[in-house]
Design a protein around this ligand. Structure first.
Ligand code: SAH
Length: 253
């Protein structure tokens, strides 16, 4: 698939935006970075935190609390709005969709594994059986090439698949079997959709909270493992930032 290419592929990565959905996922990395809040100029509940690390400008943009439902704004709508506002305002060289995700024991995944996106981002709940709209539904937005980054940091790689549901139904399962995705979340493809439109490379960094094909209900696993996964994704984000700093996007490939 694509390489998340932009005209500046060979230029250094000096500005990184990290897009996150849950306040709990973002807390460890914000603390470790010593990132400070930046006033928002938008009507959206997005919370921005800025820091400098290894000479890189970092912004962590958290979707924020839904004003009426009073919960974190998870899912694709909030993720794409956040990504648009963040790219427009901070002009990052690289966007990282970071947080937690599900995976499958049948692929050898374990709780606490941290994955880097590979090849492309897809949707598994957008079934549109109308001419070429079925491919539009799946999306296949490019993931910036990052196998060298993953290898250097000992991270697993795989296709990330997104929907607006925590569970998977039989139709989702059929689409996931077709894409061979091995990481399942609720935001990454929406982030990558905006990244492609705005000519900004995107990778995902996802720590596994739950094994979708395990007998324990997903929500129960998620709750039990959220703190662990948030700590791990925070640690790996720092390592990714340190690796990217002073390198070009081509060096990540
Ligand atoms: N009830 C939780 C809400 C978490 S929803 C709470 O109280 O905080 C799940 C979030 O984690 C989403 O942002 C999604 O991207 C990610 N996620 C973790 N496991 C997932 C899975 N199996 N399927 C889809 N998304 C998952």
């Amino acid at each position: 698939m694509g390489d998340g290419s932009r005209a500046t592929y060979d230029l250094g990565v000096n500005r990184i935006a990290v897009i996150m959905a849950l306040t709990a996922e973002a807390a460890p990395v914000i603390a470790e970075l010593g990132a400070t809040p930046v006033a928002s100029t938008s009507p959206l509940p997005i919370q921005f935190f800025e820091a400098t690390r290894s000479g890189c400008h970092i912004v962590v943009s958290v979707n924020g609390q839904h004003p009426r439902h009073g919960v974190c704004s998870i899912g694709t709508d909030a993720a794409s709005l956040n990504t648009y506002v963040t790219i427009d305002r901070f002009k990052p060289d690289l966007v990282i969709s970071a947080g937690t995700a599900g995976a499958w024991a049948r692929n050898g995944s374990q709780i606490g594994d941290v994955y880097v996106s590979d090849d492309r981002f897809v949707f598994h709940d957008r079934r549109i059986a109308l001419d070429s709209f079925s491919e539009y539904g799946v999306g296949s937005y490019p993931a910036a090439k990052a196998r060298r980054l993953a290898e250097a940091l000992g991270l697993k790689t795989g296709v990330v698949t997104t929907s607006n549901s925590l569970d998977e139904n039989d139709d989702d399962r059929a689409m996931i079997a077709r894409s061979h995705a091995c990481v399942k979340d609720m935001e990454a493809a929406a982030v990558a959709y905006v990244g492609e439109m705005m000519d900004t490379p995107v990778i995902a960094l996802k720590a596994i909270t739950d094994l979708v094909d395990h007998e324990t209900p997903t929500a129960e696993q998620f709750t039990a493992n959220l703190a662990l996964a948030s700590r791990l994704v925070g640690e790996k984000l720092l390592a990714v930032i340190d690796f990217c700093a002073a390198r070009s996007l081509a060096d990540l490939a």
